[in-house]
Design a binder for this molecule. Structure first.
Ligand code: HEC
Length: 168
């Protein structure tokens, strides 16, 4: 190639931002597959991946189920501070769940957040065993009412709800 042409080609390559060929060391290092977000081509793809990992309402419900069992144990033990704690976390988990699945919000607010949350919390804070047990019964009924409203009434027919229907 005559010299002026070679120079023009080099300037054109620079202007186009063409990267120099990778050195052999760079070419041999594949991207770390554990960087599943960093390796994504753009932020929209990354947000899609994050949404997928955050999952749906069922993940929140699994956590709620565990906390509900712990709540039952706390009330049975007369540990009202723990009961109030679990109750608060149950509400937070349900609300976080419907942030991800807004179609669940109307019934969750109607059957749970607005109907039973505050009175049940007040009952646990009152540190009275009979009142706390009655309040737990209201909580249980609210869970089951929302399952009916959301057309997953089959959720109510499992040991979690049978075990927590009465006290030891
Ligand atoms: C929006 C109203 C609503 C409220 C309030 C609610 N649930 Fe649910 N629950 C659902 C729905 C809907 C599902 C099915 C989840 C799905 O299909 O993604 C479910 C599923 C579940 C599951 C099964 C989760 C799994 O995937 O294994 C458990 C356990 C559960 N709920 C417990 C509870 C308990 C305990 C409470 C009360 C503290 C409660 N739920 C309150 C709507 C509700």
């Amino acid at each position: 190639m005559p010299r002026p042409l070679a120079l023009a080609a080099a300037l054109l390559a620079l202007g186009l931002g063409l990267a120099p060929a990778p050195t052999s060391a760079q070419a041999q290092t594949p991207p770390d597959p554990n960087n599943w977000l960093l390796n994504a081509p753009d932020d929209t793809t990354r947000f899609r991946l994050l949404q997928g990992q955050a999952s749906g309402f069922h993940v929140s419900m699994q956590i709620v189920g565990q906390r509900y069992q712990a709540l039952y144990d706390a009330v049975a033990d007369g540990n009202f501070d723990l009961a109030a704690y679990q109750w608060e976390k149950i509400r937070e988990t349900i609300v976080a769940g419907y942030q991800r699945r807004p179609r669940r919000q109307a019934n969750a607010d109607k059957e749970f957040v607005q109907k039973v949350y505050e009175p049940v919390l007040a009952a646990f804070r009152a540190r009275d065993a009979a009142r706390a047990r009655a309040a737990f019964g209201e909580a249980r009924a609210a869970c089951m009412a929302c399952h009916e409203a959301e057309r997953v009434a089959f959720m109510n027919d499992q040991p979690l709800f049978r075990r927590t229907a009465a006290w030891p």
